[in-house]
Design a protein around this ligand. Sequence first.
Ligand SMILES: O=C(O)c1[nH]c(=O)[nH]c(=O)c1Cl
Length: 310
Amino acid sequence: VDLSVSWLGVNMENPLYNASGVMCRSREELDAVAASAAGALITKSCTLLPREGNPEPRYAKAPHGSINSMGLPNAGYQYYLDYAKAYDHQGGKPLFVSVSGMSLEDNLEMLAAFRDADLPCLVELNLSCPNLPGKPQIGYDFEASSHVLSEVVKVYHKPFGVKLPPYFDPVHFAEMASVLNSFPSLKYVTCINSVGNGLVIDLDSESVVIKPKGGLGGIGGDYVLPTALANVREFYRLLDDKHVIGCGGVKSGREAFMHILAGATAVQVGTCLYEEGAACFARIRDELAALMQQKGYATLADFRGKLKTM
Ligand SMILES: O=C(O)c1[nH]c(=O)[nH]c(=O)c1Cl
């Protein structure tokens, strides 16, 4: 079977890569993803200046996934720009850069710098960080999203993507799709970011499991798979001439297959990568290949977006 996918000028030997935020804050981590069976890699969302992030513990494994309130810890955009400048873009694994400024001005300054560096990597603009106390997720404010994107496309003229929060209402899917469709150079969306501000409780200690925000954090893993699949399918259906990247609940070939069936061009792995390490990519890749073999599909395009309804 052929697991390759080519989109937006990048060629991936398989559709799997890391979710921004996991195993991608340092060059050592990024190199580990690049050295793994992953088909691509993406950097930790970056801000103008380096950030320590929220107090620890800020990540915890949960019975069916994870909770995090990292608070955007990152080395600052210059670090990732330098990594991108030194990266072997011909090495076969596309590099994506996630940008998540603390303000529109910061986003525009970082995007202008990436523009001027004229590198072959694709930008994923994060509109959905749920863990900055006092800062709402842009993606939940349609007016703000439209304004941000209007300013972004004045500065950044290359194709780019956005990381979206999960939506839970058909009206919201339609509203956000309408905003996104008015930006032709916005060529992909990544659905979904963590399900924001969940609460995991440890029964024995009768306590929360992470320190920031009274224990509230973004939920990932098995918990979010149905929501992730719904967002992938809805935006696949509603967006014009854009790709949807699936993220949420992928821990085996089965969920990767589901995301692609729902319309995903490629698939990101978060919680499972955090817990299992980079070996998960070879495992999930082989499981996906076996599943395709079993079902008689030779390529991803044979079943992409072909979810049956009743
Ligand atoms: O707390 C974080 O750093 C974080 N955590 C997430 O689950 N999603 C994000 O987009 C970010 Cl930026």
